[in-house]
Write a protein that binds this ligand. Structure first.
Ligand code: G3P
Ligand code: MG
Length: 246
């Protein structure tokens, strides 16, 4: 596996400002726009196949209804996951994580794999994703992250070789203990005004990389880099890459 240090600009859900989020089209576009890493959200189908989808429910980003977890991959594959975004993407299918791994390898992209289970499905979801990853002979660089500490704990044993990032809206008071428990390499946080230079310095003093989501203007990105943040997740990688060194 090549370098697993993530760069300063990471395409959030693919180039999701310009293509439907978490689809192969968004991943391809991220690579075309010059991104070197993507962030994607992964859940599982009713038959346990890891698929890219942010929400528990299907209605925002497809023409389906109900929950991702209650439909088989066959049913999920019959949905249109593109026309909600624009007519240009009509017929775009839900992507499996397997397809994403293949495309990322082809496009030379690293992946921040955010494990996004339905509540109560943390362990089966992590296990299904881990099984797929562990079945591969070659992989693109991958960093695993999750808002769920249960997922992170499981990943320490199911995916011991992959670097891990704990994910929060705002770092909780016990962040140090939580990150130590899962031997995390990075902390991923919302890029809001509660994040200070001092706090970033504290994370770095603990040996952590610091990455912020979702940063869609150059001004916001510059402000975060100025306080020492290592990288940002953006829906507009092309715009940020044009305006700053990656
Ligand atoms: O992984 C960073 C970011 O994607 C976390 O929030 O809701 O966009 O998955 P969300
Ligand atoms: Mg995400």
């Amino acid at each position: 596996m090549s370098d697993t240090k993530m760069p300063a600009i990471i395409a959030h859900r693919g180039a999701s400002g310009s293509a439907p989020e978490n689809t192969l089209a968004a991943i391809r576009l991220a690579a075309e726009h010059g991104a070197r890493w993507i962030e994607i959200d992964v859940n599982i189908s009713a038959d346990g196949i890891p698929v890219l989808f942010h929400d528990d429910g299907l209605s925002r980003c497809s023409n389906g209804h109900g929950l991702v977890i209650e439909h088989s991959l066959d049913t999920l594959k019959s949905l249109d996951c593109g026309s909600w975004f624009s007519e240009q993407f009509t017929g775009e299918k839900i992507a499996t994580f397997d397809e994403c791994l293949e495309l990322a390898t082809e496009c030379n992209l690293g992946i921040n794999l955010e494990i996004k289970p339905c509540s109560g499905w943390e362990l089966p979801t992590t296990d299904a994703i881990s099984q797929l990853i562990n079945s591969k002979k070659t992989l693109p660089p991958i960093v695993v992250s999750s808002f769920s500490h249960l997922v992170m704990q499981r990943a320490t044993t199911s995916l011991p070789e992959l670097p891990r990032s704990s994910l929060f809206l705002v770092a909780p008071p016990d962040w140090h203990t939580l990150l130590e428990e899962v031997d995390a390499s990075n902390i991923h946080l919302h890029g809001n005004s509660l994040l200070t230079k001092k706090q970033v310095a504290d994370f770095k003093a603990s040996g952590l990389g610091v990455y912020c989501y979702t940063v869609n203007t150059t001004d916001e990105a510059k402000a975060l880099f100025d306080i020492g943040v290592d990288g940002v997740f953006t829906n507009y990688p092309q715009m940020l890459l044009e305006h700053m060194d990656n």
